[in-house]
Write a protein that binds this ligand. Structure first.
Ligand code: DC
Length: 230
C-alpha cells in the first residue's frame, strides 16, 4: 500500500488535532499540527514586542521570519508531539489565551503564510503524513489523496475548549472563549490569503454530536478506503 497525504481542515476547536493525531499514531504516519506553527510565530512576535495594543509591527516580524525555526519532537514520556521555537519547547505557551487572541491576524499576513506553507510542503515530500489546519487541502497539499473538512457548532467548540483549559488548571471564562471562537472563525473565513474554505473534493464531517471514538472509526474507514485504491 502506497503512503498518502491526509489533509484535515476545519474551524478552530472542533477536535481536528485529536482526530488527526490518533489517526497518525494508528497508521504510523507523521502528524503535523500546522496551527501550532502559526501559534509559535505569534508567541515569537509577542515575546519580541512586535505586537502592541493589538498592532503588529509587520516590518520587524518580516525581517525576523528567516530566523524563526519551528520544529516538532516527541515527548519522551508521553509520546505527544511538542512544538519547539528555535529549539525551545513551547507547547504550553502557544496554547495560552494571549496567543489565541493574537494568532488570527498573524496568520493573515501573507509573508507568514508563505514561509510556513513552504515548510509544511517540505514536511510532506515523503508522504505518509497527516496534517491539520485551515488550508491544507486547498493550498498546502491540493493533491492530497484524502481531504476531510471538520465542523461543529460554535457553542460545542467553545465548551470543548473551556473544558480543556479547566482540565489543565488554567483560568477559563466561557463567554470570552465563545467570543474568541466566533471572532477567529470570522477572521479565518474572510482573510484575503488562503481563507478557510472547504476544498471541493473534501469529505465533510460535522462532529457536534459524535464521540471521539466514533470520529476515529469514521476517519480510519475513510483512510482504508482511499489507501487501498492507491
Ligand atoms: O488550529 P489552531 O486553533 O491551533 O490554529 C491557530 C490559528 O492559526 C487559527 O487562528 C487559524 C490559523 N491557522 C491558519 O491560518 N492556517 C492553518 N493551516 C492552521 C492554522
Amino acid at each position: 500500500m502506497k503512503k498518502i497525504i491526509i489533509a484535515i481542515d476545519g474551524f478552530s476547536s472542533c477536535g481536528k488535532s485529536t482526530m488527526a493525531k490518533d489517526l497518525a499514531r494508528e497508521i504510523g504516519y507523521i502528524y503535523v499540527d500546522s496551527g501550532a506553527m502559526y501559534r509559535a510565530v505569534t508567541l515569537y512576535a509577542l515575546r519580541a514586542g512586535y505586537i502592541k495594543d493589538g498592532q503588529i509591527d509587520e516590518a520587524a516580524l518580516q525581517a525576523a521570519m528567516p530566523g524563526i525555526r519551528i520544529s516538532f519532537r516527541p515527548d519522551p514520556q508521553t509520546g505527544r508531539t511538542l512544538t519547539c521555537l528555535n529549539g525551545e519547547e513551547v507547547e504550553q505557551d502557544i496554547r495560552s489565551m494571549q496567543v489565541a487572541a493574537h494568532v488570527s491576524p498573524i496568520a493573515a499576513l501573507p509573508f507568514v503564510r508563505e514561509a510556513l506553507v513552504r515548510q509544511q510542503q517540505d514536511m510532506g515530500r515523503q508522504k505518509g503524513i497527516v496534517m491539520d489546519g485551515r488550508d491544507i487541502g486547498t493550498t498546502v497539499f491540493p493533491q492530497a489523496e484524502l481531504k476531510v473538512f471538520v465542523t461543529a457548532s460554535p457553542d460545542v467548540r467553545a465548551r470543548r475548549r473551556y473544558d480543556e483549559l479547566l482540565a489543565k488548571g488554567q483560568p477559563a471564562d466561557y463567554d470570552e472563549i465563545l467570543a474568541n471562537v466566533q471572532e477567529r472563525d470570522r477572521i479565518d473565513r474572510t482573510r484575503a490569503v488562503s481563507p478557510l474554505r472547504q476544498a471541493d473534493d473534501a469529505l465533510v464531517l460535522d462532529n457536534s454530536h459524535m464521540t471521539i471514538a466514533q470520529q476515529k472509526e469514521w476517519l480510519l474507514e475513510q483512510y482504508r478506503r482511499v489507501a487501498w485504491q492507491q
